[in-house]
Design a binder for this molecule. Structure first.
Ligand code: PMP
Length: 407
């Protein structure tokens, strides 16, 4: 290299922020990510992440599927392919969703790099700066991050034991004109609650009356530990629902594979949006996942996960009953990976987290899941999938001690 040329580390740095697009001003690195850095030390019992249990990832099955795909499909498995996604996998998904009464064709399905990309693409095609999105408070943090980049604004309705109440919708429609309503009807992240059929039907009625688009985010639907499956919103209103699901929680999040189900006109626009983003979801990963699905491995794996996660959920609920003060409350999720706890209003859970990490235990303070971070200050999300039974008992006991000391 020519010695005259400056090295990057020696030059005067440009102030980049003013040179960036207006929309980047909403892309703040979240306070929560900073707080969570406290929680990733190896000796901490963490209920903070949303991680599946890695000890159950089907490693051997992935190994076999890789060998099988490379030997049967050869170089084609490493080639570019279509933006819509691997056709046999989309056919398999269409078939398996019929179990839930979702009657769709493969052309109603677009494969994405995780549901996170699906949320981003939805923002890209539906959200103009200032557009209002209606959702619950709390809601999924990743959706807010995706849509902040498109300069969305939010109106929220406080979550209750049955998900997002719908009676307040007409008033919000009148004042703020949202077009999108974002809901998580099965085992809400972070709330842990499930919306019963009657409320889903009411929501659909209102969506039809006010011409709203429903975004149904369903990463956890397969992970039900008690009770009966509830009809998906997509089935109730296929003309106006965009349904999202993912292999992240049922197989492994590292494969980054998910899918969107929507009317064909929406899929067509999402395909154009995805082309500009990444051309396509990885060919190889889709072939492998299809191999795993069609050999019945996904089904038996989910069956195993249901047993393990149910045990962990029950252990967490029992430990909470035993160790936490009676002034606290928590949800009793029928599935998914999280429960949601409220402590007395005098306690700020962001401050509590600092004390908790001193006792080597962590959670996510609830404010992170609200568009307005002044809300939810006395709440927290607890993940039960990524800790052993012993860690759950010990971690919840330690949190009980911290709470008793604070109160
Ligand atoms: N939506 C919800 C409600 C989630 O909980 C998650 C994962 N935490 C996602 C979307 C994103 O999942 P993926 O790994 O498929 O991107």
């Amino acid at each position: 290299m020519n010695a005259q040329q400056p090295m990057l580390r020696d030059v005067k740095h440009i102030d980049w922020e003013p040179l960036m697009a207006e929309r980047t001003k909403r892309m703040k690195s979240s306070v929560i990510r900073e707080l969570l850095k406290l929680t990733v030390k190896p000796d901490i019992i963490s209920f903070a992440g949303g991680l599946p249990a890695p000890e159950f990832f089907p490693v051997r099955e992935f190994d076999e599927a890789c060998q099988h795909i490379l030997s049967t499909c050869g170089p084609q498995s490493l080639q570019y392919s279509t933006t819509e996604g691997h056709a046999p996998l989309r056919e398999w998904l269409a078939e398996s969703m019929r179990k839930y009464g979702i009657d769709v064709e493969p052309d109603n399905i677009l494969m994405t790099n995780g549901s996170q990309q699906a949320l981003d693409l939805i923002g890209k095609i539906f959200v103009d700066p200032g557009d209002c999105i209606l959702t619950s408070a709390p809601t999924y943090l990743g959706a807010l991050q995706a849509w902040n980049a498109y300069e969305a604004s939010y109106q929220t309705i406080e979550l209750d034991d049955e998900g997002m109440p719908v009676e307040g919708i007409p008033e919000i429609v009148k004042k703020h004109h949202p077009r999108l309503v974002y809901v998580l009807p099965n085992f809400h992240n972070p709330g842990g609650v499930t919306t019963p059929l009657a409320r889903r039907e009411r929501l659909v009625e209102m969506a039809r009356k006010h011409d709203l688009i429903l975004i149904e985010d369903d990463p956890y639907g397969e992970l039900r530990y008690d009770g009966e499956d509830v009809t998906p919103i997509f089935r109730l209103a296929p003309e106006r629902t965009i349904y999202l699901s993912t292999f992240s929680k049922t197989l492994a999040p590292g494969i980054r594979l998910a899918w969107i189900v929507a009317p064909k006109a929406v899929i067509a626009k999402l395909v154009q949006a995805k082309q500009g983003a990444d051309l396509q979801t990885g060919t190889f990963v889709q072939l492998i996942t299809h191999d795993i699905c069609q050999r019945g491995i996904l089904k038996s794996h989910v069956k195993k996960l249901r047993v393990v996660y149910k045990e962990r959920r029950d252990a967490m609920l029992a430990a909470l009953d035993k160790h936490w003060p009676s002034s606290c409350a928590w949800t009793r999720p029928q599935g998914g990976l999280f429960l949601w706890a409220s402590v007395p209003k005098s306690v700020d859970t962001a401050e509590l987290l600092v004390k908790a990490t001193e006792k080597k235990v962590a959670f996510v303070p609830g404010f992170a899941f609200y568009p307005d971070e002044k809300q939810g200050r006395n709440t927290m999300r607890l993940n039960f999938s990524n800790a052993t039974l012993e860690q759950i008992q010990e971690g919840i006991r330690r949190l009980g001690t911290v709470l008793n000391e604070t109160l």
